[in-house]
Ligand binder design. Structure first.
Ligand code: KG4
Ligand code: ZN
Length: 344
């Protein structure tokens, strides 16, 4: 018998995404984004995102089935993001997923968005990822996790105390009038700047911090430092600011991730989420993990940002681990803790 086909739906933020997998094989990863509708506000507007999901869900689902060359009746299970995310946005995906599961009479897995980001790795590596340390960095979250078993045992080691890493990129890009989302623009500008040109602060890295909150992040001090520098320096070197800001973020993310590996004795690290697409983060992670003997996995950039394939991948892992499906009726949970991999 061939592996089961799982259809995954992701609508936690501004991407309406449907992914389809057969076991660990990716069949389709279709995404409609409302990012341009939010650009003039400098961040995602929840009401606009929800409406955009409603409009995009039908066409995105149809396109995904077409890309995968299957019909709905071939689907063996549905997986959908239940949280964390914007409630109004989540509800569109949940309503669609529950409707499909009911209509097709197939099981549904209501899964955690953060666990899904990590499990996308199963589509590119056949050997198991877990146990691993996971660094999740995107516009909505920055957390460091210990993943002992991807379908059921995840522990939060730390998270950001203020802005998410991607949010910091977006806010600095806004200050520099680089547009939204800011990460890719800063990444590109930084290639011609000096990473060491300006000594920006590394948040929560004093010896006291290492004792009481070793794995938490803070980017607000860095943001203020960059804003002050720009204010105080007419005709500042834009590429240097981008590169030095980026370096401060990358440095602190990796410092904490590698320390988590060392302290837990787990010599494997996965980096996921939109910021994992950052070229400097990818390059420095490779250098430092090489040196420390840590096995590093970073998904391809298109699988790092929010997508449906990661949700489908987690659904397929749940099925093969024999995990129970979710009830057909469940809520969208904006603050779903990462320890809850799926709703039961
Ligand atoms: O995972 P994602 O698509 O959505 C959320 O769940 O938030 O992440 C989006 C975030 C944005 O803040 C964006 O600026 C950031 O990821 N991002 C990047 C890069 N590409 C996307 N940040 C730094 N460098 C990049 N190349
Ligand atoms: Zn995400």
């Amino acid at each position: 018998m061939s592996d089961p086909i799982v259809l995954g739906i992701e609508t936690s933020c501004d991407e309406t995404a449907v992914g389809i997998v057969r076991g660990r094989t990716l069949l389709a990863n279709t995404i409609a984004s409302s990012v341009q509708e939010h650009a003039r506000f400098g961040g995602v507007v929840p009401e606009i995102a929800s409406r955009a999901h409603l409009e995009a869900m039908g066409p995105t689902l149809a396109q995904a089935l077409k890309d995968a060359k299957i019909s709905l009746s071939d689907v063996d299970a549905i997986a959908v993001t239940a949280g964390p995310g914007l409630v109004g946005a989540l509800l569109v995906g949940i309503g669609s997923g529950a409707g499909l599961a009911l209509g097709l009479n197939k099981p549904i897995f209501a899964v955690n968005h953060l666990a899904a980001h990590v499990s996308v790795d199963s589509l590119t590596h056949s050997n198991p990822l877990d146990p691993t340390i996971a660094l999740l960095v995107s516009g909505g979250h920055s957390s460091l996790l210990q993943v002992d078993e991807i379908t059921g045992s995840i522990t939060k080691l730390g998270a950001t105390m203020d802005d998410a890493a991607g949010e910091a990129f977006d806010k600095i890009a806004r200050l520099m009038k680089l547009g939204f989302p800011g990460g890719p623009a800063i990444d590109a500008l930084a290639t011609s700047g000096g990473a060491e040109a300006i000594d920006f602060p590394r948040g929560l890295t004093t010896s006291h911090d290492w004792q009481i909150r070793p794995f938490d992040f803070s980017f607000s001090g860095l943001k203020t430092a960059v804003a002050r520098y720009i204010e105080a320096t007419p005709n500042y070197a834009r590429a240097d600011v981008a590169a030095s800001f980026q370096e401060a973020v990358v440095d602190v993310l990796l410092l904490k991730s590698l320390t988590a590996c060392k302290r837990s004795g787990i010599n494997s690290l996965i980096i996921a989420g939109g910021v994992a697409a950052n070229s400097r983060l990818r390059a420095v992670a490779e250098q430092r993990c090489d040196k420390a003997g840590i096995n590093l996995r970073i998904p391809a950039p298109a699988l790092c940002t929010d997508n449906g394939a990661m949700v489908a991948a987690l659904g397929a892992l749940m099925l093969s681990a024999g995990r129970s499906p979710s009830p057909i009726a469940f809520d969208g949970l904006s603050g779903l803790p990462v320890e809850v991999v799926s709703l039961l």
